[in-house]
Design a protein around this ligand. Structure first.
Ligand SMILES: [Fe+2]
Ligand SMILES: [Fe+2]
Length: 298
């Protein structure tokens, strides 16, 4: 099979592995059976400008979902090294497979929007940090706080807002599958934090608390980077974009800060105590910190 650099191709290419691929999808990964009933066309007609904007958004989403699988698979060996219990190991691998499955579902939406299940993109990954400066039990916790408690919790809220607007039944079905999975991806971090934190010693706790300002600053800048503030779309296009789930940069930023203030900070604080809010306050000074940067996921 020829390997083309910088081309994310979501077609199944080897028919001998297709049955196993489908078995995994159907037995493990599908929450919404409707995602396998792909319609031939969208319910409504949309202007060409709306179609091309929406295709571009779903292409980016396809690429992003696919690359996210690497974050969860990088946490798996860290959970082994930290002595995590077995349900965390199975669930983290499920999370990684979910993200590949999400990419496949996004590629189906791309097909419905008149595109191909192929994305030209930079496939090179920024490796998820090892956090070699921290004790073994603090390492996966740092990455789970960033990738699950922060990134997936915020991502889930953004996706829910888009899902509420979407009037295309198949796209809603796909967003339902994605959001159901993202809830689990956030929960694994919250559950792990609650299970592990009480048993950590002072040094292990300090290693996690010291990381928080950098984690907050990284998540904020990564999120803002994909929520550009620009002029609104032309008034005649906006209702069409809305019914395909479009939200503005302003709206996305409001959700971002609301979820951090009302969910992420209080939930972290309830387990880790008052340094959490302080870490959120001083986050901007962490950008030049010496700890390796967290993976950028959204
Ligand atoms: Fe996902
Ligand atoms: Fe996810």
């Amino acid at each position: 099979m020829p390997i083309k650099p910088n081309l994310l191709d979501l077609n199944v290419r080897n028919e001998r592995l297709r049955p196993e691929h489908e078995r995994i999808r159907k037995s493990l990964l599908i929450r919404q059976p409707g995602v396998d009933n792909i319609p031939e066309r969208l319910v409504r007609d949309y202007p060409p400008g709306v179609m091309s904007m929406t295709r571009a958004a779903w292409k980016h989403r396809t690429w992003h979902e696919h690359q996210s699988a690497a974050v969860f698979s990088a946490i798996f060996p860290q959970l082994i090294e930290a002595g995590a219990s077995i349900e965390y190991k199975t669930t983290i691998l499920r999370c990684a497979m979910d993200e590949i499955h999400h990419a496949e579902l996004c590629a189906r939406v791309l097909g419905l929007l008149g595109g191909e299940p192929v994305v030209e993109a930079d496939l090179e990954l920024t490796p998820a940090p090892r956090h070699a400066d921290a004790p073994l039990r603090s390492r996966p916790l740092r990455n789970l706080i960033f990738a699950s408690c922060m990134s997936e919790t915020i991502g889930g809220a953004l996706q829910a807002a888009q899902r509420e607007l979407t009037e295309e039944p198949y796209i809603r079905e796909v967003l339902d599958q994605l959001s159901g999975d993202e809830v689990l991806h956030a929960r694994i971090g919250w559950l792990y934090l609650g299970d592990v934190w009480p048993g950590l010693d002072t040094e292990e706790r300090k290693a996690v608390l010291d990381y928080l300002p950098l984690a907050f600053s990284s998540i904020e800048s990564a999120m803002l980077g994909v929520m550009p503030l620009g002029p609104p779309p032309p008034a005649d296009l906006e209702p069409h974009l809305r019914s395909l789930g479009w939200i503005s940069g302003d709206e996305a930023r409001e959700i971002l800060y609301q979820v951090i203030d009302e969910v992420v900070v209080p939930q972290l604080e309830s387990v880790m105590g008052s340094p959490v809010r302080e870490a959120w306050k001083i986050r901007s000074s962490a950008r030049t910190g010496g700890v390796s940067a967290a993976p950028i996921r959204y």
